[in-house]
Design a protein around this ligand. Structure first.
Ligand code: ATP
Length: 269
């Protein structure tokens, strides 16, 4: 069970060329995570300590995990992922122990980047509902804070976390010396969507597809949704045994994924 909640990826196979847009955000993450690992002497020379924890926040599917993996790859570091929500929902009673093990594991695998996904599951503002779960969640959070406080940020382990509910986070985790570098990963603008379409069609066979025409109707969609559109367009071509995906495949795919997206929105209310 330990293996499931902690996922190890040695120098993950993700490069910055696979990420559309986000160039400023990527540079900010590299400064905080990658350069302290690859050029620690620069930080020492200037006499500045790198940030301890880096929090990425933004809607689901905007590339937070992708960035963390690309940075790990570039830094030749192991990527160790733990899901905050799995920790809370699947490993009841084991949270604090697993957090302790996570940091031990990271020390054994250094240089490493620890990525805690959906950190809001363990670090939300205390709800006053008095459910039995919340004391356990609180213990898990306390363990995480203790591990971070006892951690030397000049070492070769970097801590990253991601959330799409930054407004819900317990301010205790955002204090200096904890997750004190906060970087927003927004939904892609038109230029970024164009780039993401190019990235996800790079290996596809297309005929007469005007990717530019797909940029305006996908306003508000995430990278994950654009990837889903490209996959759906390809599947439509496969279904009719064609060699190439055409404009109509993409138009229909945009419609289908838009419908899914708005159905998802409705379910939230
Ligand atoms: P979550 O909050 O759901 O974990 P996330 O922000 O971590 O989401 P990712 O897992 O990084 O999202 O993205 C999911 C997939 O969507 C990626 O594997 C990638 O294929 C695609 N994707 C997302 N954003 C981008 C982007 N900016 N450029 C290219 N592909 C992207």
């Amino acid at each position: 069970s330990r293996v499931r909640v902690m996922e190890l990826d040695s120098s993950p196979d993700v490069s910055f060329e696979q990420i559309g847009g986000l160039s400023e955000e990527i540079e900010e993450v590299r400064e905080a995570v990658e350069y302290p690992l690859t050029r620690p002497e620069v930080f020492e020379r200037v006499g500045v300590e790198p940030p301890k924890g880096i929090l990425l926040h933004g809607p689901p599917g905007t590339g937070k995990t992708l960035i963390a993996k690309a940075v790990a790859n570039n830094a030749h570091a192991d990527f160790i992922r733990m899901s905050g929500s799995e920790l809370v929902h699947k490993f009841i009673g084991e949270g604090a122990q697993l957090v302790r093990e996570l940091f031990t594991f990271a020390r054994e695998h250094a240089p490493a980047i620890v990525f805690i996904d959906e950190i809001d599951a363990i670090a939300s503002m205390r709800t006053n509902d008095g459910t039995s779960g919340s004391a356990e969640v609180q213990r898990t959070l306390m363990q995480l804070l203790a591990e971070m406080d006892g951690f030397d940020n000049r070492g070769n382990i970097r801590i990253m976390a991601a959330t799409n509910r930054v407004d819900m986070l317990d301010p205790a985790i955002l204090r200096p010396g904890r997750f004190d570098r906060i970087i927003e990963i927004p939904v892609p603008d038109a230029d970024s969507r164009r780039e993401i379409f190019r990235i996800h069609t790079r290996r596809m066979n297309l005929s007469g597809v005007d990717l530019e025409s797909l940029v305006p109707p996908t306003e508000g969609m995430t990278g994950a949704e654009i990837q889903a559109i490209c996959r759906e367009a390809g599947m439509r071509a496969v279904r009719r045994s064609a060699d190439t995906a055409d404009q109509n495949d993409f138009v229909e795919a945009v419609k289908k994924i838009s419908r899914k997206e708005s159905a998802g929105d409705l379910r939230m209310y």
